[in-house]
Design a protein around this ligand. Structure first.
Ligand SMILES: [Zn+2]
Length: 275
């Protein structure tokens, strides 16, 4: 795991294209996690001193850029170029955090890029990285409000994507991120966002489903803002009647005119700073 310092004006390209640039030959292994840390002055300016890290890159390979062509193409405003471009396979959200607030053995302050994280400290940090914990374990460790922030950031890095198809022998299906669905269920404690139905209280078993408001087969995306946590009854009746969701009013409108307003809408209202 590595820590990379990045300016706010450059981070957007990093998270959208899964790229970073450095002047030292990188000696990373494929799949290594690179934490994108907002430089301290800007973190202070944007009120993000407790949330300097919100995204990470998954390292794939390095490309040489001695002429600066690639640097200028991606960061034309930077006024400088870099020797090496880190080409990453993915951008993932983290639970928003700052290294300074964690009980680590070393100090990772300063401008050095990249800065290697010790194995001992990586063990502390890795639970903040998307995919290490999910569902209730994620919510109970970090609390629903930080999970909601991470979900809004998930949408930022996954937004440009078309719905992804995956091949299951013999037929095609749309890819669904189960971590995303389980994390959403956990912030509502598996209650139905339409009626509040809570199976856990009655049956001592958390039980809920997720529904894509704009279906994947019609081009809807697998992102949190397009997913609702729902009880099986509401799931079926919404499909059966082709009920329409009114995003402005947070309500489902049925063909007979009946309307049902969401009683739980937290994650639809959650804004990402990076949108
Ligand atoms: Zn319901």
């Amino acid at each position: 795991m590595q820590r990379l310092n990045v300016k706010q004006s450059q981070i957007r390209e990093c998270i959208e294209k899964s790229l970073f640039a450095v002047n030292k030959v990188p000696r990373f292994h494929k799949g290594e996690i690179l934490l994108l840390q907002l430089v301290k002055d800007e973190a202070r300016e944007f009120g993000k001193l407790q949330e300097r890290i919100e995204f990470a890159l998954v390292y794939d390979r390095c490309e040489i850029d001695h002429t600066g062509v690639i640097s200028r193409q991606h960061w034309p405003q930077a006024g400088k170029t870099w020797e090496y471009i880190l080409v990453c396979s993915d951008t993932i959200p983290t639970i928003p955090f700052s290294l300074e607030d964690l009980p680590l053995s070393k100090n990772y302050a300063g401008q050095t890029n990249p800065l290697a994280i010790s194995q001992e400290d990586e063990a502390v940090i890795s639970s903040y990285v998307w995919g290490r914990l999910n569902g209730y374990a994620l919510r109970d460790t970090f609390g629903p409000s930080l999970v909601k922030e991470a979900l809004a950031n998930y949408d930022v890095v996954n937004k440009p994507a078309q719905p992804r198809k995956i091949l299951i022998p013999e037929h095609e299906e749309f890819y669904r991120d189960t971590l995303l669905a389980e994390s959403l269920k956990s912030i509502y404690d598996h209650r139905c966002q339409v009626c509040g139905m809570n199976f856990k209280i009655k049956y001592e078993k958390p039980f809920s489903e997720t529904h894509h408001i704009h279906s994947l087969s019609q081009g809807g995306l697998d992102i949190s803002k397009n997913i609702i946590v729902i009880c099986p009854n509401h799931h079926r009746i919404i499909h059966k009647t082709s009920a329409e969701f009114d995003r402005a009013k947070f309500l489902y409108k049925y063909p007979n005119g009946y309307e049902e307003r969401l009683i739980l809408a937290d994650h639809f209202e959650q804004k990402s700073f990076w949108t």
